[in-house]
Design a protein around this ligand. Structure first.
Ligand code: V47
Ligand code: SF4
Length: 367
């Protein structure tokens, strides 16, 4: 589905473009046609229209810090180069002291969000995760803690012996504010059976998010693309997200994640092209008309492509990040940190107005 890296005018998209410009919603067949078309400029035009209708000329960034508490994981998804078995020589688990040091290093730096994603460790107790949140909260009382994908939340509920709802309540009491969007991958059973058979099924991922949203805990959503998935499977993934968003309104942003193949258990795999990446972002923007924000995660896409993406539907380029292990384990050669000046410069050069946001997209004014 990645196709030849060309941009070819496609008059067949005219009906879709007319409806999108009119504020209409695209159907499953139309989403598939968009993914299968090589008319990147028409797709970009439509996405830019939706982007400017929802977000004007604003482009958001955040001063944040990622923490990956452990790379030990019982799932061992085939596309993941980050995870290790517990006895691997380079397996690691951060102690609460190490978490505290990372959080304390953010004091006085303007960080408004701590983002926590890790593996499903076979031996850590539920209390570790509660204490991790309390430790961050104690060091950074004002910060927004975005922690644990829906896959981790479902696993923690097993560890805690409590339903997902009660688990989320306990985590919230300890400091959790919102959930990252990882673990969604591609919801299609065919893809999960082949790439991550032990992972939480797609329907259960959506159920965790529904429960979180019902409790007032917002979240992001992702799609891991550029591997074995088809255009129809991508379209069905977007439709499932759009349907849940119609129901709850709890998703903050959609982030397509470009598959990085190095050191994974996949056969030799071509990286996604810039054209695939822009199309994944733009089609996401067009299809998810009820999502306020589309994020280009510059760590995966490179800062340069994230900058171009600001004209292809994207209104958010994420943040300072500081330390990132998941994509870097799989061969990303981007830096692990950008400064506020870097992010603002990228946005200004693209002709957009930089806005520092907090996790909930409130503008941060006093720095
Ligand atoms: O679920 C794993 C992905 C996710 C690879 O909410 C890979 O703002 C590419 O949750 N190549 C975890 N991707 C990261 C995550 C996240 C990332 C950025 C922003 C947000 C957000 C959340 O990383 C996993 C999986 O989909 N991933 N391996 C890989 N080889
Ligand atoms: Fe574990 Fe997540 Fe990696 Fe899958 S993607 S092996 S669940 S860390």
């Amino acid at each position: 589905m990645t196709g030849a890296p060309t941009v070819v005018p496609d008059p067949g998209l005219a009906d879709i473009e007319a409806r999108v410009l009119d504020g209409g919603r695209v159907t499953r067949d139309e989403i598939i046609r968009l993914y299968e078309s090589d008319d990147l400029f028409a797709i970009g035009r439509m996405a830019n229209h939706v982007r400017e209708r929802l977000n004007g000329n604003r482009a958001y960034y955040i001063i944040n810090r990622h923490i990956n508490p452990t790379n030990v994981c019982i799932n061992r998804c085939r596309f993941c180069a980050f995870s290790r078995s517990a006895n691997a020589p380079d397996a690691y688990t951060l102690s609460l002291d190490e978490i505290r040091q990372r959080a304390e290093a953010c004091q006085g730096t303007g960080v408004t969000e701590i983002h926590v994603v890790g593996g499903l460790h076979p031996d850590l107790p539920f209390d570790y995760y509660v204490d991790l949140l309390r430790t961050i909260r104690a060091a950074l009382p004002e910060v927004h803690i975005q922690a644990f994908t829906a896959v981790e939340v479902a696993y923690l509920s097993r560890l805690a012996g409590m339903p997902v709802r009660d688990t989320l309540r306990s985590l919230r009491e300890a400091g959790l504010d919102s959930l990252p969007g990882g673990g969604a991958e591609v919801f299609a059973e065919r893809v999960r059976a082949e790439l991550c058979p032990d992972k939480l099924p797609g329907a259960a991922w959506l159920d965790v998010m529904r429960t979180a949203h019902e409790l007032g805990i917002r979240s992001n959503a992702t799609l891991l693309y550029g591997h074995i998935e088809t255009a129809a499977e991508r379209a069905d993934h977007l439709l499932a997200l759009r349907e849940l968003q119609d129901e709850t309104g709890g998703f903050l942003s959609f982030i397509p994640l470009a598959f990085h193949a190095a050191h994974t258990d996949m056969p030799v795999w071509a990286p996604t092209s810039a054209l695939d990446d822009l199309k994944a972002l733009a089609v996401g923007r067009i299809a998810l008309d009820n999502f306020a924000h589309i994020k280009a995660f510059w760590i995966m896409l490179t800062p340069k492509l994230a900058q171009v993406a600001l004209s292809f539907g994207v209104d958010d380029i994420d943040g300072t990040v500081v330390e990132e292990k998941i994509t870097h384990a799989a061969g990303a050669d981007t830096p692990q940190a950008l400064t506020r000046a870097d992010l603002e410069g990228l946005i200004r050069e693209a002709g957009r107005e930089p806005v520092e946001r907090d996790t909930l997209y409130n503008e941060v004014r006093d720095r």
